[in-house]
Structures are given as structure tokens and as C-alpha cells.
Design a protein around this ligand. Structure first.
Ligand code: EPZ
Length: 419
């Protein structure tokens, strides 16, 4: 079993490069299968979720080959219709994008229901609502979501909840639909814009991505092409928080600073200094950090995927009380029990966590309960006295490339061990 072991309280300083966005990549890779051609996707993060997805694509008959560590060539000319089984869906939940892709390409889809996860139920009713509005008949039999359509016809779809997955999935299904599909109350996350840009590069006609009304005019054919994925907003945010928690001075490079606005504003409110360049943000923090309140929201609000890391940071604001309200997921505080093992003083009631900042956190053995929970444990460990040993590292590897080497290069005392 692998562990990340870190000895905390080193001040982080220097520069760190951010990889491509995992949540854009897991949408763009299935989107590439809409084309009966070759796509080259660059700036892919080298993380476990990508390998799981490539494995699924290969089973469907696509040929995937890495040109280099971050550049994947996908040849989907040999793609055949095949169900995506529960086994593969459990490995990576974003495999629900295969539904939209299969429906778009084959006019039928069969993918296992994603089920629940560590931070709440993960319904897909809005995905289904969209597919049905386009003319598909959707049934759920023996745990499989099955969709079939004679033809898909564009229409107006008003989303009841703002959902990243449903917005992208409907875009995928609508690319070849007849006429115009209008997605209202669409999610606006950067990876939605990235997926739309990718599809447009292949010949799709998608307008409005990044606003809450997206218009997809159906086309008859897409062609292969090359595309470079945007930088990972959440990885960037995690290193910005790591800089703050160690009272450090870190330049987070290769990013789109605009994507970081909600976090930059919160860190400034906490007394961090933020300097923005065209493609970097420098975070400098002293010992005068203060607690703040925050609410997670869909983009451009504060991202839920940085909420656990912020809990860890706010736990170090000695003498201050902070309140975090989680509005996106119904149960995203499960990691709190692990943070408590490091001395964090957090009380959770429903979707609200009250954090009392402590003078010092103390290292302990802890377990990552999901990807961002794992990141939060690293953040807390960086601030703790003594040694923190994190198990379930597989979760962290799902979304962070080379995390211990990046932190080591900034001055952290961190290593991976196998026992
Ligand atoms: C995406 O998940 C991300 N995953 C998540 O990141 C992220 O936490 C989430 O968006 C919110 O930003 C990927 O992009 C692969 P949603 P997704 O559909 O698309 C409810 C990470 O750590 N909902 O926007 O599954 C749902 O229950 C991961 O990288 C419905 O009610 O999230 C939730 O409360 C974890 N019905 C809210 O909407 C639906 O049909 C937002 O979910 C769909 C969603």
C-alpha cells in the first residue's frame, strides 16, 4: 500500500507549473469519439482518471496512443457500439459522458448508472431529461441507463439544477441533432467552455458556452483535429492554498488567472497578497491570516472542489471562527473526521461547517476519503507539526499529477512510501 508522508511547517516558495484540467479532459476525451476520425489532445494531465477513461475507450474499439506524456492521439474510426459496464463506471464517474457521446454517434447508448459517492447521491435526472427532450427514449434496466432514438431533434431544455455533467452531456448528444438545441440555466464552468471550443474546432456549432444559455445548431459531420486543454483551475487553487497555509511565496504558473477570481478574492480577504500576471498568480502570505466565511456555488462562485482544502486552511487561522456553507453537494464534509485527527476544530451540521482556527495542527495517520479530501489532508499536513501519513493515495492520484514532486520542489518535506 502506498502512503504520502509529510513533515509539516516548511514554508513553500518558488514556482509550480499547473497541468491540464482533469474535468475538461474527462469530457473532451469522450467527445473525441463523436468523430469518425483522429483527434490529438494535448495538455492532458497525467492522472489516474485519464488512464481509466482510455481503458474504456479502448474497449469500445478506439485506438489511443500517447505521443508524449501529455498528448494523446485518439483514432475512433473503429468504434463500435458497446455498453459501458458498472465495473468501468465505478472506476470513473465521468464515464456518464459516454451516454451523450453514444447517443450522438450511434443514436443509442447503454451505460451503467453511476450510483452514489463519498459526498452524496449523484442523480442523473437532468441528463436524462435532456436526452428525452431531444427525442430519445430512456429506460433504466438492471442498473443500466439505456437510451435510444430514431432521430434527435433540437429543442429548448430548461435545466432544473445547474449541472456541469448534464450541460456537457446534452451538448454531446445535441451536436448531430436536427435543428437548434437551446440549453437554459446551463452551468458555466471553464471546462464547459473548453469542451464546446473543442467540439467547435471539429466543426460543431455551439454558441454561448460560459453563459447560462447554450445554443447548439446540429451539424451532419465533424472532422478530426488537434486541441490543447485549458489549465486545471482546481489544481491551481490547491497550490495557491498550499502557499497560504505555509505562509509562503509561490508563483502558480501556466494558468488562466480569471478562473481563479473567487479563490483569489477569498485569499485576499484572509490577508494574502495576490499578484496576477497573464498566465500566473503569485500568492504571498504572512502570519496574519484571518478567518472568513464562504459558500460554494457553481462557477463563477466559489468551487466546491476547493472547499475541503479551504477547511484545512481556515483551521489554521488561530482564534478566528469561519463558516463554510456547501450548496452544491449534500454531503461533502465527510473528510472532516480525518482533519480532526490533525487537530482541526470543525463542527458540521448539515451543509454548514463551523471552523475554529487552532494555533497549531499536529501530524497523524489519516485516510483520504476522496480526491479533494486527500488534497485537504495534504494542506493540513503542510501546516502540522510532526509527521502526517496519508493512506488511500489512489484518490489523490486520480486528479493531481506528480503532487509530491511539485510540493517537494517548493520546499515541502514530502515523500511517497510503499509498505
Ligand atoms: C462535476 O461533477 C465535477 N466532476 C465535480 O468534480 C464537481 O464537484 C461538480 O461538477 C460541481 O462543480 C467532473 O467534472 C467530472 P453536477 P458533476 O452535475 O458534473 C445535482 C472533482 O473533485 N444534480 O454539476 O457530476 C448534483 O446532485 C469532482 O473533480 C442533479 O440533481 O456535478 C449536485 O448536487 C468531484 N441532477 C449538483 O447538481 C443531475 O442530473 C451539481 O452536480 C445532475 C446533478
Amino acid at each position: 500500500m502506498e502512503y504520502i508522508v509529510l513533515k509539516g511547517q516548511n514554508r513553500l516558495a518558488g514556482e509550480v507549473n499547473i497541468n491540464g484540467a482533469k474535468n475538461a479532459a474527462v469530457a473532451i476525451i469522450p467527445a473525441a469519439l463523436l468523430v469518425n476520425d483522429i483527434c490529438v489532445i494535448d495538455n492532458l494531465p497525467n492522472v489516474e482518471d485519464i488512464y481509466c477513461l482510455i481503458d474504456m475507450l479502448t474497449r469500445l474499439g478506439a485506438k489511443c496512443e500517447f505521443r508524449d506524456r501529455h498528448c494523446l492521439v485518439i483514432d475512433s474510426r473503429g468504434l463500435t457500439f458497446q455498453p459501458a459496464t458498472y465495473e468501468s463506471v465505478m472506476k470513473i464517474r465521468a464515464s456518464y459522458y459516454l451516454l451523450g457521446m453514444m447517443l450522438g454517434r450511434f443514436k443509442k447508448a447503454e451505460v451503467a448508472l453511476p450510483g452514489g459517492c463519498n459526498f452524496g447521491t449523484r442523480p442523473i435526472d437532468q441528463h436524462i431529461k435532456g436526452f428525452e427532450a431531444l427525442g430519445a427514449k430512456v429506460t433504466i434496466e438492471h442498473g443500466m441507463v439505456k437510451a435510444v432514438a430514431d432521430e434527435l431533434v433540437g429543442t429548448n431544455i430548461y435545466m432544473d439544477v445547474v449541472s456541469v455533467g448534464a450541460t456537457i452531456n446534452i451538448m454531446l448528444a445535441a451536436v448531430y441533432a436536427k435543428g437548434v438545441t437551446v440549453i437554459e440555466n446551463a452551468a458555466k464552468e471553464p471546462h464547459i467552455v473548453d469542451t464546446a471550443n473543442f467540439l467547435n474546432k471539429l466543426g460543431a456549432k455551439i454558441k454561448g458556452a460560459g453563459t447560462d444559455v447554450i445554443k447548439v445548431t446540429g451539424v451532419e459531420k465533424l472532422s478530426g483535429g488537434e486541441y490543447t486543454i485549458i489549465p486545471d483551475q482546481i489544481e491551481a487553487g490547491t497550490y495557491m492554498i498550499a502557499a497560504a497555509v505555509t505562509h509562503g511565496d509561490v508563483i502558480v504558473k501556466n494558468i488562466i488567472p480569471k478562473h481563479m477570481d473567487s479563490l483569489s478574492a477569498k485569499l485576499q480577504e484572509m490577508n494574502c497578497q495576490i499578484e496576477e500576471g497573464d498566465d500566473y498568480i503569485r500568492v504571498t502570505a504572512g502570519h496574519n491570516l484571518v478567518g472568513v466565511n464562504l459558500k460554494t456555488m457553481s462557477y463563477p462562485g466559489f468551487p466546491t472542489d476547493l472547499q475541503p482544502q479551504m477547511s484545512a486552511l481556515l483551521s489554521t487561522c488561530n482564534g478566528d471562527t469561519s463558516v463554510i456553507t456547501e450548496t452544491v453537494w449534500d454531503n461533502r464534509f465527510q473528510y472532516v473526521n480525518e482533519l480532526k485527527r490533525l487537530g482541526c476544530n470543525i463542527t458540521v451540521e448539515g451543509r454548514v461547517a463551523v471552523i475554529e482556527g487552532a494555533s497549531c495542527l499536529t501530524g497523524a495517520e489519516v485516510k483520504a476519503t476522496d480526491l479533494r479530501a486527500g488534497a485537504a489532508l495534504i494542506i493540513a499536513g503542510l501546516a502540522s507539526s510532526g509527521e502526517t501519513k496519508i493512506s488511500n493515495v489512489k484518490y489523490i492520484d486520480r486528479g493531481y499529477e506528480d503532487v509530491e514532486n511539485k510540493l517537494k520542489s517548493l520546499g515541502a518535506n514530502i515523500r511517497r512510501i510503499e509498505e
